[in-house]
Design a protein around this ligand. Structure first.
Ligand code: X90
Length: 277
């Protein structure tokens, strides 16, 4: 029986032989160019282009057939999609799932609307892998993933919300209040899967402390942490050390944001996915 894991590219999974995930790329689009969020996308180059480009930019989710292609010829497919409240990705994935199951009688497809993105999706993919390796049945995997999702969270520190505002994914008034130099917004993915700003912080140090406080308020007690950053390795490493100082035995890893998360989180952005008790 062939089992396959799928994710859209906002999960920031880089080609990793230890965890085989078929990913479907989102796109970043301008009037001049289209950037497809695959492993071969040169993200720094794209960010440089976008900085120099004065026109409009936007993003586009994968199509139904992109998802079907990612399902390959698997009998069982488990997947994750970026929040359905900010993207059409999950909608396309659900239609793809129905079409695939109609075309392949007996095949089973389950895609979770993560109501989140980035490192929270990474945690869920890791949990899928764990459950599959433990030999769980399709129904058990789906049930345990839903239960796990209830105790995974996403918080973030961002220096700018411009691209969210430009694409109508947050109110321009909220974005303006953040765009002040040196101010970072610390917030979380809300229960509805939208961006919820919580605190304005002056300087990175305060923002990281606020992130840690927010994590503990949301129930973090030493579980897994996945950090994804947009060209801000230093903040990610400092933050990992701050967590370890308080919770010496915990599983933390750091990764880079791919194109889609870099476009929205912008340079300097730090995303943190973690488990609560
Ligand atoms: O379909 C599309 O065009 C994609 C739209 C995606 C919009 C959201 C991207 C979020 C990227 C930014 C920080 C975390 C925000 C959390 C909100 C749930 C990451």
């Amino acid at each position: 029986m062939k089992i396959r894991l799928v994710a859209d590219s906002s999960a920031n999974i880089h080609t990793d032989p230890s965890m085989e995930v078929a990913y479907v790329p989102l796109k970043i689009v301008t009037d001049r160019k289209e950037y497809t969020d695959t492993d071969s996308l040169d993200v720094p180059d794209m960010l440089k282009d976008l900085r120099e480009y004065k026109g409009k930019s936007s993003t586009a989710c994968p199509s139904i057939s992109d998802w079907i292609d990612a399902f390959g010829d698997a009998d069982t497919v488990y997947g994750v999609a970026i929040t359905s409240n900010l993207s059409g990705c999950y909608n396309a994935a659900s239609i793809a799932a129905d079409e695939y199951m109609n075309a392949h009688p007996g095949a089973k497809v389950f895609i979770l609307d993560t109501l989140s993105t980035g490192p929270e999706m990474q945690l869920i993919l890791e949990k899928y892998a764990e459950l599959i390796n433990a030999g769980k049945s399709f129904d058990e995997v789906c049930e345990e993933i839903r239960a796990y999702h209830a105790r995974t969270h996403l918080i973030f520190s961002l220096e700018s919300l411009d691209n969210f505002a430009k694409n109508g994914r947050i109110s321009p008034i909220v974005a303006k209040a953040v765009g002040v130099l040196g101010i970072r917004i610390v917030g979380k993915a809300s229960d509805e899967g939208t961006l919820e700003p919580l605190h304005k912080c002056r300087g990175e140090k305060r923002a990281l402390q606020q992130l840690l406080d927010t994590m503990t308020e949301l129930g973090y007690r030493g579980g897994k942490v996945r950090i994804a950053h947009s060209y801000n390795e230093e903040a990610a490493t400092t933050f990992a050390n701050m967590i370890r100082a308080q919770f010496p035995v915990c599983d933390i890893s750091i990764t880079r944001n791919r194109g889609l998360c870099c476009y929205y989180a912008e340079e300097g952005g730090v995303l943190v996915g973690f488990e609560s008790e």
